[in-house]
Structure formats: C-alpha cells, structure tokens
Ligand binder design. Structure first.
Ligand code: SF4
Ligand code: SF4
Length: 370
C-alpha cells in the first residue's frame, strides 16, 4: 500500500456536504467504534475531515487514514445524531471507492471480493447456495433469498426459514442466487462488478417467475429494497422475513422467557423496519418482552457491518460485547439478521455472557405447529 495523495473523484460529489460539518462533536456520543478507539480520527467528524483532506490533496492516504476510513461499521447512528443532517455513510463509502480506485484496498477485503468474483460468495465456498441446500429452483409464488451467511455460516437460520414456509403451506422456491453485493458496495469496490451481480440475481429471481422475495439477512434485504432499484429493474415485491411473518396467522405454543430484540442497522436505521419483528415476537404466548435502553432508531450497532468484521475482528468483537452487555437482563436476545446473530455470539464469548442469542426464525420454528 502506497502513501500517495489520491485522485478522489467520488468524494468530489460531496465536497459541500463535508464543508457543512460544524465539528460540534455530537456524533461522538453514539459512534460504537469511537467508544473503543477514543481518538477523533475514529468518529464521524474525524472521518469527514480526513476525507476532505484526501479530496483536497492536503492529506496523503497513509495507512492510518485508510484504517480510520475502514473502521466505520456504516451503522448510520451518527447521521441520526447529526444536527447538520450530514450523510456520513455516503461520505465514508465514497471515500472507500476512491481509495479502492487508487489501489488501496485492504488485503482482507481483497480476499472477500476475489471470493465473490470467483465463487459468488464472500466465504470462498465452492458449492452454490441451491446445491448446498439441496434444492432446485422452480416456478412458484414466493421466493426465498437465503443469503451467504445463512447458507454457509449459520445454516440453522436457512433451515428454520424453510421449515416455517413448509408449515405455513407456502408455494415457495429458492432462486439460483449469488452474493447480493452488499459487502462489495460497503468496502468501495467498482460499480461495474456490483451491477453485474445485481443483474445476475434479478435474472435468477425472474427465471422462477415469483411475485415476491423474502430475505433472512438485513444486508441482502437493504440491497434489494434500496440499492438494486438505483441500478436495475426490480419487478417483484421485496420483504424481510419479519415483515412477511408479521402479516401471517401463526399458531404458536408458548415461551415463558424474558426476551429482548436487537435492531440490525441495515434493517432498522437504513430501512426503517422496526415494528415487524416486534409484532412477530408479540404473537408468541407467554413471552415477557423488554426493550434494551437503546432500541429502535437509537439501537447500538453489533459491530459487524461495513467490512469491519473481516478487517478488524478484535474491534468488531469488542463492539459486539458491549451490545450483548446491554441485554444481560434478558434470557434471550433475538435479532433478525444472520450476520448480527453471528457477531453478537462473538460478543457473548468476549464478555462471558449467559444470554442466549437467536434469530427470529430460530425462535419461531420450534413453537410453530405444522
Ligand atoms: S454531529 Fe454532524 S456536524 Fe457535528 S461533528 Fe458530527 S458530523 Fe459534524
Ligand atoms: S456510521 Fe456508525 S461507525 Fe461509522 S462513523 Fe457513524 S456512528 Fe461511527
């Protein structure tokens, strides 16, 4: 990695945005990464100043600057807090695009991108998702986009979702999916490869003729809901599995536990899906549901997003540990994203917590009668 000044053509488009930062520091009160690192360079205003410095060629892209830009989880909490309504995540992601375009990709992210380009998933798994799950796509009304993490790193979530769809008597199918492209976009990879993935996935959905797709992963859901329509035509309905289940009559046995819910940043702050998972949990008889102090739009990030998990696992685990510590009053911490489940489990080990951590569908499936 060189330490040269870079050509920052993507940051050029947010030059004025960056200049509206008043350096008030309100973002310091919420940034989950700043809490660990404690330096201004690791909070929204610091990332903005550094991005501005790169744009104006007042700052070379040395390894410390690159690290500060890549340690943002893209959780968006600073945007909620910012009195100047600065779209911080857009600035960070544009900065990453400029770094990548100038050859400054982190080696961990390069490996992930190479895996996506070669195998269609970030984990380098050689079997496709439909092969892994042993199902052939077919014509149906409803499609299930499993996502790489549910398929390869938390199979329970894929199996529980498929079991629920069977019990509900749905006419469903898998599609011949590839990575949704979320990680590619978060780390700043080029648009050409990203759009190629989007086109491939949309075609895989269209080949099955489904009217609607449901998603396990908050990141995949956000991509199809918010990002795909900016680049490709999406002619089918897109819903997170929690939205789908919230509208269903569910015959559930009781669960006498104190439960709390973690809002995934990509589902909550990025897509405003707050009620659906809570409404699903409210259908379970016997549950004692209590919110964490920070919930809904103020929920703290699990620390896994934005490429931080793969590049900075220690930092990511510490952030996750602090989030799990907020749920210690509960017996069961539920979330609605396989990536959050996996990262919160790392956080649980980090602090030695006894809280059980599950995805919504893992809680529901054993309680649902078929
Ligand atoms: S809260 Fe907004 S305006 Fe204030 S320092 Fe942070 S990014 Fe700048
Ligand atoms: S998006 Fe999250 S991690 Fe990134 S600067 Fe804002 S609060 Fe910090």
């Amino acid at each position: 990695m060189t330490t040269d000044y870079i050509e920052a053509k993507h940051l050029k488009g947010v030059q004025k945005t960056m200049m509206t930062c008043t350096f008030c520091g309100f973002c310091k009160s919420v940034c989950p990464v700043f809490e660990d690192i404690g330096w201004d360079t690791s909070v929204a205003r610091g990332r903005i100043i550094q991005s501005y410095g790169l744009l104006e060629k007042e700052l070379p892209a040395d390894p410390s600057v690159v690290e500060n830009i890549y340690q943002c989880t893209t959780c968006k909490d600073c945007e909620r807090r910012c009195p100047s309504s600065i779209e911080v995540v857009d600035v960070v992601e544009r900065c990453r695009k400029d770094l990548v375009a100038n050859g400054m990709i982190l080696p961990q992210h390069k490996r992930v991108i190479e895996n996506i380009l070669k195998y269609g998933n970030p984990y380098g798994e050689k079997k496709s998702i439909v092969e892994t799950l042993g199902m052939t796509p077919r014509n149906a009304e409803l499609g299930y986009f499993v996502g790489c993490t549910s398929a390869y790193r938390n199979r329970n979530i894929a199996d529980a979702t498929l079991s629920i769809l069977r019990k509900l008597g749905e006419d469903y199918t898998l599609v011949d999916e590839s990575c949704c492209g979320s990680v590619m976009q978060r780390v700043g990879w080029n648009e050409e490869d990203l759009v190629a993935l989007m086109e491939k996935n949309v075609k895989a959905v269209e080949d099955t003729g489904v009217d609607e797709m449901i998603f396990s992963c908050a990141g995949c859901y956000r991509m199809f809901k918010e990002e795909y329509p900016k680049f490709v035509k999406v002619n089918f309905k897109v819903r997170h599995v929690s939205e789908f289940l919230a509208e269903k009559e569910l015959n559930l046995s009781s669960l006498k536990k104190t439960i709390t819910y973690h809002d995934p940043c990509h589902l909550g702050r990025h897509c405003q899906v707050y009620d659906a998972p809570r409404n699903v949990l409210a259908k379970i008889p016997g549950v004692n549901f209590k919110e964490m102090t920070r919930h809904g739009d103020t929920a703290r990030c699990c620390g896994g997003g934005g490429g931080v998990r793969s590049a900075y696992p220690d930092l990511s685990g510490k952030v996750a540990g602090r989030r799990v510590a907020e749920a210690e009053f509960a017996e069961l911490l539920v979330t609605a994203c396989p990536f959050c489940v996996n990262n919160l489990k790392v956080g649980k080990d980090e602090i030695g917590s006894k809280v059980e951590i599950k995805d919504l569908v893992e809680v529901l499936d054993p309680l649902l009668s078929g």
